[in-house]
Ligand binder design. Structure first.
Ligand code: SF4
Ligand code: SF4
Length: 366
């Protein structure tokens, strides 16, 4: 199995304002090219494209290819599940929407402290194990967005999972809040294979500030900025799959060519990426270092550094991800909940005007 997977969270659209308006013909062409190049892993999830991604998979793959010609990953929408009785309903709906008959890889979606507690209470892993015994799931795992301690607990309590899906990219690798490296090391310690999601950080590492893009182009005019991010993720031990959300033929050709001739980053390239990281950090609108001190005193439990990271990405690539935003504020305070009490500012070593900046983000809340 080649290491690149086709993520279907950002498929081509007919109307850029309408996430459900998937350009099916073009997606079919992208999927065909991907398969023609020798790749076969596709990743979808219940909520992607306002619940239309799974149907697009059916039209592109199930109705046009033999089932053994592609590998399909799907995810239980744990955020929607209100009781254990609902698991069969969502699972059967996913089988029906994709037409896939079984899932090669199946994930409990977006595990973190709160979501994991609910999934445990409702018997989510036990349900998925049952589906595995019935042959409807081949490999069972979970995707994860929280700290390394929580990840260690889940893996200790579920030593039988087959794999873990993590958010890993060179920019977040040493970020104290996202804990990309620590989470990676935790999974390696538990000897589990890893699927990487968001290797280009939602497009941020593909659309770099000009100074950083020039630096990479000067070093190698033929390599795209995204190729460095993909190679970083793919060359880590235990990583067997790297997902990339592709919506143009250019991206499919570029990404597949990176994985056709996969070479780990050399020392010189790693040094250049260190410079790229510094340029991105310097060009950000809000100079937050993700130290987390503000959150220690916020009475509304607002995930301030994550929200600032999201806003900084938006300023770099002009794309505000509402899905990311909703994930960040799940069970937490949102920007508009800010009381303007300024306690956080007194704790901020960067002297950031936190409530004022939160107001900018509140304007994007839906
Ligand atoms: S000003 Fe807003 S963000 Fe800062 S501590 Fe008060 S409620 Fe939290
Ligand atoms: S205290 Fe300041 S620098 Fe640290 S995470 Fe909060 S906003 Fe960012």
């Amino acid at each position: 199995m080649k290491k690149l997977g086709f993520g279907t969270m950002r498929l081509p659209l007919i109307n850029p304002e309408d996430k459900t308006s998937i350009d099916q013909n073009y997606f079919n062409q992208l999927a065909d090219k991907f398969i023609e190049k020798g790749f076969n892993y596709f990743d979808t999830a219940y909520p992607y494209h306002d619940e239309k991604s799974e149907g697009a998979i059916k039209k592109a793959l199930t109705e046009r290819y033999d089932r053994k010609d592609y590998i399909l990953a799907d995810k239980m929408p744990t955020i929607l599940v209100k009781s254990g009785d609902e698991y069969p309903m969502y699972f059967n709906r996913q089988l029906e929407r994709t037409g896939a008959e079984y899932f090669d890889y199946y994930l409990m979606h977006n595990m973190g402290k709160d979501r994991y507690a609910k999934t445990t209470e409702f018997g989510g892993f036990e349900f998925a194990e049952e589906m595995k015994k019935e042959g409807k799931i081949r490999k069972l795992g979970f995707s994860f967005h929280d700290d390394a301690e929580t990840l260690d607990r889940i893996l200790t309590e579920h030593p039988d999972v087959d794999f873990v899906q993590l958010q890993i990219n060179y920019f977040d690798w040493n970020n104290k809040i996202i804990q990309s490296r620590l989470c990676y090391e935790t999974v390696v310690r538990h000897c589990k294979p890893i699927i990487v999601m968001e290797p280009v950080k939602g497009g941020t590492l593909a659309n770099l500030p000009k100074e950083a893009a020039d630096l990479l182009r000067e070093f190698n005019p033929d390599a795209s900025p995204a190729s460095y991010a993909l190679r970083f993720a793919a060359s880590l031990d235990n990583v067997f799959m790297v997902l990339s959300g592709m919506n143009t033929m250019e991206q499919v050709l570029d990404n597949t060519s990176v994985f056709d001739n996969l070479t780990p980053l050399n020392e010189e390239e790693k040094e250049i990426l260190e410079k790229v990281i510094k340029i991105i950090e310097k060009s950000v609108e809000i100079p937050c270092t993700s130290c987390g001190y503000c959150m220690e005193v916020c009475p509304k439990n607002i995930p301030i550094p994550q929200l600032f990271g999201l806003y900084n990405n938006y300023k770099i690539n002009n794309n505000f991800s509402n899905m990311y935003h909703n994930r960040i504020i799940y069970n937490r305070g949102k920007s508009s909940d800010c009381l303007n009490c300024h306690r956080c500012e007194k704790n901020c070593p960067q002297h950031i005007a936190i409530p004022d900046n939160l107001k900018k983000i509140a304007a994007f809340e839906k």
